[in-house]
Write a protein that binds this ligand. Structure first.
Ligand code: SAM
Length: 422
């Protein structure tokens, strides 16, 4: 008779947790309150993992997952919980990260949740065999690509493109090899980047160029680029029209693979949170600026110095059209963070680092006299590490807002405000 396990909480990645004599067991797709049966195995690092085989008693928060691919697809982790449970969980991820560092913001703003079907970028896994392309996502806990014709998370327009790509990619990709297909949709314009071997020799040849031209015209794709692997810069194979984005008064021609906030709802919410606290006038810095998502709207209040280490993003900002009390500076803020003296020149500093956070930069900001810091983060774990440094340096932790742009996953975004104690 298989054993029953009572799930008491969710782990960091959204797995249900059961306390066994041998330590915690993480059971895929189980919820607190569920009693389940599972095949338990020791995984990487000796962590005990369970594959759910039966829900014996369902948690009151359990629902039927709305996506028809939920069982096969490795994309979403928490579609089997009701909306209120899901939303509370997202806020609790941030709350428990703060608790671990003894951080207490003075206020919590109302969380904002992006709707399903609003994610504006997707990376599909592609595999060509005997001239047939499989295009979708990896299976759960596997490296096998599975065709995914419907995805409830990304914009419907992106999924419509995927259907067209299945046919059109065959003359471009290499047989028996895997590639990634990145699609980003910006105000109806589409940027596409292929990562992996193409053509007969693994790089673009005449057939690839012809295939790319046909595909771009047939599917109305603005630009198609290619790179061998993730470490390479993409090479533009064809650009019919530039992909342009508007950030406040700025009109920016985006480079391939440009970072954009994953949803427009998320972008608007972060910008609103920044503007709600930014002084009416002043001299501002936007650290980890990307192509100017925040710098643009901040220009309405004063001058902005935008810093990022990715040269194409900074070049795009320099060449952007629109109001220009803006300076775009290419600088690696990990190796060469803004010093506290440099930071002192600004009336407010916005920072939005990648997932690894801004450890060195936070140390320098902590000793600066800058009156206001506004941080955005997509990783609560690194955010709390950096926030602790700022609070220990004498900043008051004014507020936090959870902004969910990663529907049904364990990822969550936040915006936080810190002010220098007088
Ligand atoms: C989360 S994105 C934010 C971009 C921008 N704030 C936006 O909302 O579009 C993080 C940014 O950090 C930049 N970045 C990564 N490592 C960096 C480094 N060492 N120094 C400076 N910028 C870096 C990336 O190029 C990217 O634009």
């Amino acid at each position: 008779m298989p054993a029953d396990f009572l799930i008491h909480q969710l782990g960091a990645n959204g797995d249900g947790m059961y306390s066994s004599d041998r330590g915690p067991v993480y059971i895929d797709r189980a919820l607190p309150g569920d009693v389940v049966q599972a095949n338990i195995q020791s995984g990487a690092g000796g962590v005990l993992r369970g594959e759910l085989t039966k829900v014996v008693t369902a948690s009151p928060d359990r629902i039927d997952a709305p996506c028809p691919n939920y069982d096969a697809c490795g994309g979403c982790t928490l579609q089997h919980a009701n909306d209120q449970f899901y939303k509370n969980w997202k806020v609790d991820i941030v709350r428990s990260a703060l608790d671990k560092k003894g951080l207490q913001p003075e206020s919590w703003h109302k969380p904002i949740f992006s709707f399903p079907g609003t994610r504006r970028r997707a990376t599909f896994a592609a595999f060509k065999k005997k001239n047939t392309v499989t295009l979708g996502y990896f299976r759960r806990r596997s490296h096998q690509v599975t065709d995914i014709a419907t995805c409830m998370v990304v914009e419907p327009g992106i999924m419509a493109l995927r259907a067209g790509l299945v046919q059109s990619l065959a003359p471009i990709l290499q047989d028996g090899k895997a590639a990634d297909i990145f699609l980003q949709s910006v105000h109806g314009q589409v940027d596409m980047v292929i990562t992996g071997p193409v053509g007969k020799a693994g790089k673009p040849d005449l057939q690839v160029y012809e295939g790319v031209a046909e595909l771009a015209h047939k599917l109305n794709i603005n630009r198609i680029s290619w790179r061998t692997n993730e470490r390479d810069a993409p090479e533009v194979l064809l650009e019919i029209n530039p992909v342009r984005a508007k950030f406040g008064p700025l009109d920016v021609a985006l480079p391939p693979l440009a970072f954009l906030q994953p949803t427009k709802t998320g972008e608007d919410a972060i910008v609103a949170a920044i503007l709600a606290r930014l002084p009416e006038t002043g001299k501002f810095a936007d650290l980890f600026s990307g192509c100017g998502t925040f710098s643009g709207p901040m220009l309405a209040r004063g001058t902005v110095d935008a810093y990022d280490s990715v040269e194409p993003a900074i070049r795009a900002l320099e060449k952007s059209k629109g109001a220009k009390p803006l300076k775009a500076i290419c600088r690696d803020l990990f190796r060469n963070p803004l010093s506290s003296d440099e930071a002192d020149r600004y009336d407010a500093i916005v920072f939005d680092p990648p997932r690894v956070g801004a450890h060195e930069q936070a140390k320098a900001l902590a000793t600066s006299k800058t009156p206001l810091l506004i941080g955005a983060s997509c990783n609560p774990a690194t955010f709390v590490r950096d926030a602790r440094i700022l609070v220990d340096g004498g900043f008051a932790f004014e507020s936090i807002q959870v902004i969910d742009q990663f529907t049904w996953s364990h990822h969550v975004e936040l915006v936080a405000v810190f002010s220098r104690r007088s």
